[in-house]
Design a protein around this ligand. Sequence first.
Ligand SMILES: C[S@@+](CC[C@H](N)C(=O)[O-])C[C@H]1O[C@@H](n2cnc3c(N)ncnc32)[C@H](O)[C@@H]1O
Length: 286
Amino acid sequence: MSIVTKVARKFHRKFVRSWDLYRLGHNGNRISFSIQQSVRAALKGSLTQEEVNSVDRIERLRAEMNLSTEQVTRTDFGAREQDSNLKPDEMRAGVEVIDTLGYISQVASKPPFWCLLLFKLIRTIQPDSCVEMGTAVGLSAAYQATALTLNGHGCLVSLEGAASLADIAMNNFQHLGLDSVEIVVGNFQDTLVDVLTARQPVDFVFVDGHHDEHATLAYFEQILPFLAETALLVFDDITWSEGMARAWNSIASDSRVRIAVDFGQVGLCSIDNSMKTSRYYSIPLH
Ligand SMILES: C[S@@+](CC[C@H](N)C(=O)[O-])C[C@H]1O[C@@H](n2cnc3c(N)ncnc32)[C@H](O)[C@@H]1O
């Protein structure tokens, strides 16, 4: 590819991103405007001093864990590899894996920018009932729970299949003084519906585990009946595999989804029964 084509593509990408970010905030919908404000705040890193202090504490914990050589044995109920094509029964049976805590923390956890986006979404949208699928060592949950604590209301339930990881995450929450979050241990297939039933109407869901096409579509269907009139669903790793890309395309074009935003590796949907038409935005970040 010539240098001129490269520059033109980069310019075009930047233009589409800015234009879609502008459109997102100007379609007359309150939630859409809130999403735009959250994205802008995350991109600029605009935080109050109180927010800076809280985020710094989480990032110090991340830095410590990233260096840890402690061996952790965990059961993996996920899709494992992009092209593994495991059958549902194989994933459900799980597999024992041993890694260092440092490796798990670095590979499984969402990087700071994406955690900050979740944090800003929760600060702006002010949800009461939040659910996370996939706790790992608790970093994205710590950001979300901190946002809820600073909001002064709301709670998060995070679901995790590996008991060993749930223990590490729970210790981290205690260390950070977070009491707006709890963990439910077990396979999503066994825990999700019970948690949704207990926590309905759910305002905010972060789906960050079991990145399998059919499992993701099944979780989407399971979640929908328990959502509040206006709710946000955030899907991680929508480009991780061809299957995940298909799952995201199917969710984003579902008639029940009113706003779908493709952020690149993360996809966000708004279910808003007051909106008559559906809209799609492409705002690749990082
Ligand atoms: C990508 S990690 C979550 C990272 C975390 N959200 C963060 O950013 O800090 C995904 C987690 O989901 C869990 N998981 C995957 N498939 C699961 C399933 N079917 N049931 C329960 N947990 C599952 C894994 O054990 C893993 O800890």
